[in-house]
Design a protein. Structure first.
Ligand SMILES: [Zn+2]
Length: 356
């Protein structure tokens, strides 16, 4: 009898011991990822994390393409910034590294990101000094086509531009407070077509107030939808967000006032993680189509990432029509990020086009 009782007991004990032993090991797998994401970790780091899980061959292809591009020595590769997508961030860090041989694992990228803290407020880490924080950020200081800019409607070239095609589909929500903004990493399979080129939606995030100004005015907030072509180049769609109705003088570009509160934004704010730097996947599906205004006419110009390293050659697509958000929604973001917009940059002789 004793034996019969003991042996199930013993095996239960063994099972428990086994679990106790295994569990920490299992937990430690995700751990490096969340460490990587702590504090100021940018989208780049996050990207590295995203790459780990589903990364199919397309990311590999992207990495190869990027590495090839990098080896050619063109210094203007637009990767590795906080505005960066989640597809090739690992390779993003590669340009800064002397050795290109290894695949550009996530670790150097993390170090890179953590090495240079930056902020939106005046001081040694503020926007005026981003370019001095690291030689990788030189474009922040010396770049000639930096973002954001003020868009003067009267000076924009009215053109017959092809409509942007948004081919978005729902994705499981994956959301992080990365220390600079609230960012959502978007699942595979959502794309943008512009001028015959396809860009994949990688992530989107928010700024308060809007970084871009129209006729000198910023809106309450903006969402930046960051897309990446398979050659590594970026296209960012800016969706302005406003709580107020347009002044009559601005009416001609300010159209859609039917939406009072965006349920999509509520879903995001409700699911912001309690811990900075930690990605949450609360098991909610989202559809990014819901953040787009009905009227998708736009301004377009060539600019840069608006966070270090301020890499250039980013195609900007600023939708003319804001979406409406409630005061409470803006206040809630304000409690997380009161101000996370880079100062306006000189437009120089850049062309801004506008859909007719
Ligand atoms: Zn942005």
């Amino acid at each position: 009898m004793k034996n019969r009782i003991l042996s199930p007991l013993a095996s239960a004990m063994l099972a428990i011991l086994f679990l106790l032993h295994i569990q920490p090991a299992m937990a430690s797998d995700p751990a490096p990822t969340s460490n990587a994401l702590d504090k100021g970790a940018d989208k780049v780091v996050d990207k590295a994390k995203v790459t780990v899980s589903p990364a199919p061959s397309s990311d590999d292809d992207m990495s190869k393409a990027l590495t090839a591009k990098i080896s050619k020595g063109s210094g203007d590769i637009v990767i590795r910034t906080s505005d960066l997508p989640a597809g090739g961030s690992a390779s993003v860090a590669v340009p800064a590294k002397p050795k290109l041989g290894n695949k550009g694992s996530a670790k150097p990228a993390e170090k890179e990101v953590h090495a240079h803290h930056w902020s939106y407020f005046d001081g040694p880490e503020g926007p005026e000094n981003w370019g001095n924080l690291s030689k990788d950020n030189l474009a922040c200081l010396k770049g000639k086509s930096q973002s954001p800019i003020n868009i003067n409607i009267d000076r924009a070239v009215k053109a017959q531009l092809n409509p942007i095609e948004f081919i978005y589909r729902p994705s499981p929500l994956s959301i992080i407070d990365n220390g600079h903004t609230i960012m959502v990493n978007y699942g595979e399979g959502s794309n943008l077509m512009v001028d015959g080129r396809q860009y994949r939606l990688v992530q989107f995030h928010f700024h308060k107030p809007s970084e871009e100004a129209i006729n000198g005015e910023r809106t309450d907030m903006v969402a930046h939808l960051v897309h990446q072509h398979h050659d590594g180049s970026l296209a960012v769609v800016a969706v302005l967000m406003s709580t107020t109705k347009p002044a009559s003088s601005r009416k001609y570009w300010w159209g859609d006032d039917s939406i009072k509160e965006n349920a999509f934004i509520n879903t995001l704010w409700n699911n912001v993680p309690l811990v900075k730097g930690k990605t949450d996947t609360p098991g909610v599906m989202i559809d990014v189509n819901q953040i787009l205004p009905a009227d998708k006419s736009y301004f377009t110009y060539m600019g840069s990432l608006t966070t270090p390293p301020c890499s250039e050659s980013v195609l900007w697509l600023v939708l003319k029509t804001p979406i409406y958000v409630s005061d409470d929604q803006v206040k809630n973001f304000d409690r997380m990020y009161q101000m996370n917009a880079r100062p306006l940059q000189p437009k120089g002789d850049r062309l801004v086009k506008e859909t007719k």
